[in-house]
Design a protein around this ligand. Structure first.
Ligand code: RIB
Ligand code: CA
Length: 307
């Protein structure tokens, strides 16, 4: 069994990514740690608890940090809906998270099983940065770190022309994590809009599954689908699910290993990546950037999880 630890700002696409991991036969999800991002922390925790219950699992859900390290929280409720789950009327309240702070759970889980944990990051990197500040040694103890974040080698951004939401929301955290020495694999928004867009054909293919989980993944995405089509995409894209697909099966990904720094502060550089594409800085490459993930393979994995 492979052992995953998932950090999430649980909105509609996070939820589908979590379902993929919970339903993957050879993956054990140790815990979910929750971070503020798409929605506030309290709502993100309730959304994560709902998904775990929907999957019939006992996976512990731990609340992490409620705001970025240096900034006020700016959510994406205009994208995913006020509740982050499409405002489709799900009962996303009244559940109780596990004891233990998310940052402590990240540190203890990784140090407790050196080399064995795959950390999958689906939201702003606030919890991960805090864990690194508390215990820098997790950088060498963690097995893999798969991050939905950034804009790949070529872009585009989805908040600004150069920045993707998870890196933009807490740019300082993204900078700390990128410079930490962790074994980083970035799956950017470029991969999502290239290979994980729920086109009309994919929408109907998913409907044809006729399963409760297929209906769930459609309903929670109704707000983000309206938003995505409004900005000219053929349908809602699934950034966290395709990052989770890469975590589960990295064998089909095309990778460029490059030196990456994430810029912070305010202005256009906030959350943008400085990528040394030709090695001109002499800096040691520190990130495996996924430059392509086959769409057919992704949707086959996704629909297997929704069956
Ligand atoms: O930019 C896409 C990322 O921001 C995804 O993780 C989505 O859930 C939002 O958090
Ligand atoms: Ca997310």
């Amino acid at each position: 069994m492979r052992r995953f630890l998932i950090d999430t700002d649980t909105a509609s696409d996070d939820a589908v990514a979590i379902v993929m991991a919970l339903r993957q036969p050879d993956v054990h999800v140790e815990a979910l740690t929750v971070v503020a991002g798409n929605v506030g922390l309290v709502q993100a925790v309730q959304n994560a608890l709902y998904v775990v219950e929907l999957c019939g699992e006992e996976t512990p859900v731990h609340a992490g940090l409620a705001k970025p390290i240096m900034r006020t929280l700016e959510t994406a409720s205009e994208v995913h809906g006020e509740d982050g789950m499409g405002d489709c009327g799900l009962p996303l309240h009244g559940r109780t998270p596990a004891d233990g702070r998310g940052v402590d759970v990240i540190v203890d889980t990784i140090l407790g099983s050196p080399g064995e944990i795959t950390l999958v990051c689906l939201g702003p990197l606030t919890n991960i940065a805090a864990a690194l500040l508390r215990a820098p040694e997790i950088a060498n103890a963690v097995g893999r770190v798969v991050v939905m974040g950034g804009t790949g080698v070529q872009g585009p951004g989805n908040v600004t022309a150069m920045a993707e939401f998870n890196f933009w929301a807490d740019a300082e955290a993204a900078s700390i994590v990128t410079g930490s020495g962790m074994p980083l694999e970035f799956v950017g928004w470029d991969v999502s809009i290239t290979s994980a867009v729920v086109t009309q054909d994919r929408f109907h293919e998913r409907d044809a599954l006729g399963t409760p989980m297929a209906v769930f993944s459609r309903d929670v995405a109704q707000a983000v689908r309206r938003f995505a089509i409004g900005i000219g995409l053929e349908g809602d894209d699934l950034p966290d699910p395709i990052a989770m697909a890469h975590a589960i099966d990295p064998s089909v990904a095309e990778i460029s290993r490059l030196h990456v720094e994430v810029m912070f502060g305010d202005g256009l550089q906030r959350g943008a990546m400085s990528i040394d594409k030709i090695g001109s800085t002499g800096a040691t490459p520190n990130v495996d950037i996924v430059t392509h993930y086959p769409s057919d393979h992704f949707f086959e994995m996704l629909f297997d999880a929704l069956k």
